[in-house]
Design a protein around this ligand. Structure first.
Ligand code: ZN
Length: 429
């Protein structure tokens, strides 16, 4: 049927060609450094004092032009445009490729040819008719213009979105019945047509004037079923969603913090921006809490596994005492801070739980050459310090999550001024 109808499609009419010239080809005025404008439509030039406008009218051909200051003398502009029509009961999208050359001092030249067509039945099945694609060529515009328009396999080049639709749109009755009134609302005509014919949810949104939502779910439908009850409630409450991704983000945040996403109070806010930011923040707080709980659980599991191997624990403990116990009673203090060595494996575990770094998991208690100290404020550790026993240099001083601890300078100074005590213990050992 497609092949039979194919011949009925007309060539581009003069009106359509005019539309291409008006809407598809860019209209540019080049502005030279000397303040001279050149109309890239008709090629003629003129001088003007007002050199700060973005849009200007050509005094020769009266075209409305966008001012450009780039130096290039030649611009080649390529694009696709669509003609949407009906033929033999099919909805047809005709895709034309267009190439325009804009040269300084010359009238604009352009050519266009039909690259492919989509023939869509009222129940959304389709056939592609197109030119042959040039082999081994990765450019999407690489059509073999000498080949005939024939029924072909779908190729990713066929997914190109037209810049604009030209001329009047003719729709099959089924498409009109499903809510189409000639306006694609800046979405890809193919996606709109196909969805309105086969997707009743998109159809409902389109009919309700929820074009932003319809557009959003036309390109990513995975969460449509999940949000469908909320969408219906928004429609029932005459709440038009102006920013679909933000609204879906709001729904997912509400859902995460276990708020009712069928309650208009939550999902139809007067100020979407504010509501979005508020609930996204709530969500982040909850995520962080859960993350910490999980991490804590992981730590406890790891601890349990280690402590279950009693012999190993005993061995580690003995070894640690033997190597470091002569430092154990050291203690340096200023007004708030107390610095002292870790004196048992249990203290390494405690340090790890308090500060969430790797002092226990990386077995720092086995490091013969290092002395591990911690700094306490009100009896709680705020920093762990690793010192090289040979040269008494501080290797690292870490706070919670390996960050720079509070009072770092004071902790370091306190250790510096008491180094001689550590040196003495070393000699005594
Ligand atoms: Zn002109």
């Amino acid at each position: 049927m497609v092949v039979e109808n194919l011949k009925k499609l007309p060539q581009l009419s003069d009106y359509q060609k005019k539309q291409v010239e008006k809407h598809i080809i860019p209209h540019i005025a080049k502005l030279s450094s000397k303040g001279e404008y050149t109309c890239m439509d008709c090629g003629r030039s003129w001088k003007s004092d007002k050199n700060n406008a973005n849009v200007i009218t050509c005094p020769h051909c009266s075209a409305k032009l966008t001012v450009e200051k780039e130096r290039k003398r030649k611009i080649v502009y390529r694009d696709y445009f669509a003609i949407v029509t009906r033929c033999g009961g099919f909805q047809v999208i005709r895709m034309f490729f267009m190439s325009a050359t804009l040269r300084k001092g010359k009238k604009v030249t352009w050519w266009s040819d039909e690259a492919f067509q989509r023939w869509i039945t009222s129940d959304g099945r389709e056939v592609i008719v197109g030119r042959k694609r040039n082999w081994l060529c990765r450019y999407v515009d690489s059509w073999d213009w000498s080949s005939d328009l024939e029924v072909r396999q779908e190729h990713c080049a066929h997914s190109v979105c037209p810049n604009k639709t030209i001329g009047r749109v003719y729709a099959i009755p089924e498409l009109v019945r499903n809510g189409f009134n000639g306006d694609f609302h800046d979405y890809n005509p193919y996606k709109v047509i196909k969805n309105l014919l086969i997707n009743s949810k998109i159809e409902t949104m389109w009919k309700a004037g929820q074009f932003k939502l319809a557009g959003y779910f036309m390109s990513s439908s995975h969460s449509l079923d999940m949000y469908w009850p909320s969408i219906k409630i928004a429609i029932r409450n005459n709440y038009t969603v102006e920013d679909a991704s933000m609204w879906c983000d709001l729904l997912s945040s509400l859902d995460y913090v276990e708020k009712d996403i069928r309650n208009p109070k939550f999902i139809c806010p007067d100020n979407l921006n504010e509501a979005h930011d508020y609930w996204v923040h709530k969500r982040q707080i909850k995520e962080e809490r859960i993350r910490r709980q999980r991490e804590r659980q992981r730590e406890l599991n790891q601890e349990a596994v280690y402590l279950a191997r009693k012999k190993q624990v005993e061995k580690d403990e003995k070894k640690y005492r033997k190597s470091k116990s002569h430092f154990f009673d050291l203690e340096f203090k200023d007004k708030e801070i107390t610095v002292k060595p870790l004196t048992s494996i249990q203290e390494f575990i405690q340090e790890w739980h308090t500060l969430h770094h790797c002092v226990f998991t990386n077995k720092y208690y086995q490091k013969e050459g290092s002395l591990i100290l911690h700094a306490l404020v009100d009896g709680v550790s705020v920093a762990t310090i690793e010192m090289n026993i040979d040269n008494l240099e501080i290797i690292q001083c870490r706070g919670v999550y390996n960050q720079v601890p509070p009072y770092k300078d004071r902790i370091m100074a306190l250790i510096e001024s008491n180094k001689y005590k550590i040196a003495k213990r070393k000699q005594a050992a």
